[in-house]
Design a protein around this ligand. Structure first.
Ligand code: SF4
Length: 81
């Protein structure tokens, strides 16, 4: 039976970024998109999104309201807790 490699998680259906220009979530490297982070703050699946990005060590974009540097910092804090 064929199984797609990246089948979306159930929570992704509730992501509000699916209705907005995805470019907003991928600012230039080292920059942060406050507009994306603001929308993430209103997203009902922010926690799930952030945990998933941390789990796969996502290297680009805003996920769960955090950019790569912020996610790295959070991952270090979680590891040392
Ligand atoms: S938290 Fe942000 S990036 Fe994650 S699903 Fe919601 S809107 Fe999209």
């Amino acid at each position: 039976m064929f199984m797609p490699i990246n089948e979306p998680a159930d929570w992704e259906a509730d992501a509000i970024c699916g209705e907005v220009d995805p470019e907003l979530w991928f600012p230039d490297r080292g920059e942060h998109s406050k507009a994306a982070a603001r929308l993430c703050g209103q997203c009902p699946v922010q926690g799930e999104c952030l945990d998933a990005a941390l789990e796969r060590d996502e290297r680009f974009g805003i996920w769960g309201g955090l950019n790569t540097r912020q996610r790295d910092r959070l991952a270090r804090r979680r590891r040392s807790a």
